[in-house]
Ligand binder design. Structure first.
Ligand code: LLP
Length: 425
């Protein structure tokens, strides 16, 4: 739950705003973002990684207003398409604090980023190194480059969001020697400045041992680079992936403790190798945007499957939260518009799409007197919900409303059916 959430008269409030008022004013489903929660997590990361850089990973949730918050809090921004870059540039986000990611950046995307003057390009493949080299020459600019290294770490998370083993699409493998070859190629190109190594082992990670293993392996490569090329790289980026609590009992890592231990490991490994300690940078997305977001739905129909469970259908579903269907993600939810002392019933909260896998909350307990018109709130939906939203069955995407100090305002308006028809022959 957002840091400011509570209950007044039985109804959930976020930053002092009653969800019943939000539903009345903006309709449902509705994404609600607690602005202070988002900003305070930016500050926590900045404080924890003091002396390094924190890039907010925009893929978790990006819109123009969020880009402004990130800028105002002094963080950098990780973008991975020209679309995300366009959002950032449209609000004057300083390009020097933007890092461009992606395993298949097009010439056009790279050209747009390099022309804008983005601060970092994280190269992901041999093809891309050649593309950046070509464009640097063509545009007459220099590109500050990090190499994305896959360290062979098996992150303990869902297969689709583990990214450091060799048999997946991202990065240049440490084990196969591709990373070392990438270093040679980048150093050989005149328009490229190699500033560091990058690793992102995966997402929603609780066991921080994986980051430590990655850091150790990267430090070994830093040493090899120094020995082979006489080059000392100033930066080490350990990516994002810090897990958050979705359901009771999830125990999210304390970021201060993680930061201290990573710094200590890097210091030790580098000192042992006679290397100066590189600047440590990170790219949290979920851990900044996730906890401060709540999705509010209205209950439409309820079907009781005798002796098994109750199916509670809400007015959104897999189009506004794909994570349950895609990753088997776990969520919880509460009756948000009132309190109830009725007997709890095992319930599954489902959407209105034409799929039986259209599940928002797989297992939860909701009161027996739940009825159409009640509001349900699903916490921890600030990351990878609006950004993964889609229009299956022509459902318009919900609005995003920011709340702060008892005041709410739309930061992304609800899509309309006109929006969905626009552009069709
Ligand atoms: N840096 C890089 C290079 C990344 O690929 C990602 C996430 C991040 C940083 C931020 O990771 P975070 O701190 O948010 O875990 N849609 C999935 C998550 C996909 C993550 C993709 N990359 C989900 O909903 O769980």
């Amino acid at each position: 739950w957002p840091r400011t959430s509570g209950r007044v008269d039985g109804a959930v409030t976020i930053a002092g705003v009653d969800v019943r008022d939000l539903a009345r004013e903006y309709g449902t489903p509705l994404y609600v973002v607690d602005e202070d929660d988002f900003r305070s997590r930016c500050r926590d990361y900045k404080a924890a990684f003091d002396g390094g850089d924190v890039y907010y990973a925009g893929k978790a949730f990006l819109c123009r207003e969020v880009a402004r918050w990130v800028d105002q809090e002094g963080l950098g921004l990780d973008v991975c398409t020209s679309g995300e870059l366009a959002v950032a540039l449209s609000v004057g986000f300083p390009p020097a604090r933007i890092a461009l990611h992606g395993n298949n950046k097009s010439y056009a995307e790279l050209e747009q980023a390099m022309t804008a003057g983005v601060g970092r390009i994280v190269v992901d493949s041999f093809d891309e190194i050649a593309r950046v080299g070509f464009l640097a020459e063509k545009l007459g600019v220099r590109a500050q480059v990090q190499i994305r290294v896959t360290t062979g770490v098996e992150a303990h998370t869902h297969e689709f969001i583990a990214t450091a083993h060799d048999d997946q699409k991202f990065g240049l493998s440490l084990n196969s020697g591709a990373a070392a070859e990438a270093v040679r190629r980048v150093l050989a190109l005149p328009g490229l400045d190699l500033v560091g190594l990058h690793s992102h082992i995966g997402s929603q990670i609780f066991d921080t041992a994986g980051f430590e293993v990655a850091a150790r392996r990267l430090a070994v490569l830093l040493t090899q680079i120094k020995d082979e090329h006489g080059v000392v790289l100033p930066e080490l980026d350990l990516g994002g992936g810090y897990g958050i609590a979705y359901v009771d009992g999830d125990d999210a890592p304390d970021i201060k403790v993680v930061a201290d231990s990573l710094r200590e490991i890097i210091r030790r490994v580098c000192e042992d190798a006679g290397l100066p300690v590189p600047r440590l940078t990170v790219e949290p997305g979920r851990a900044i945007a996730g906890p401060g977001g709540v999705t509010v739905y209205e209950v439409g129909t309820i079907k009781d499957v005798e002796g098994i469970r109750s199916y509670v259908s809400v007015d959104g579903g897999m189009s506004d939260n794909l994570r349950t269907a895609l990753y088997g993600a776990e969520y919880t939810c509460v009756l948000a518009s009132r309190s109830s002392d009725a007997r709890p019933v095992l319930s599954r909260v489902v959407g209105k799409h034409c799929e039986s896998g259209d599940i928002v909350v797989r297992d939860t307990w909701l009161p027996d007197d739940l009825a159409a018109g009640d509001l349900l709130a699903v916490p921890a939906t600030g990351a990878y919900c609006r950004s993964l939203a889609h229009n299956y069955n022509y459902l318009p995407k919900p609005a995003v409303v920011a709340v702060r100090d008892g005041v709410s305002r739309v930061i992304v308006r609800r899509e309309t059916e006109d929006d969905l028809l626009r552009g069709q022959a």
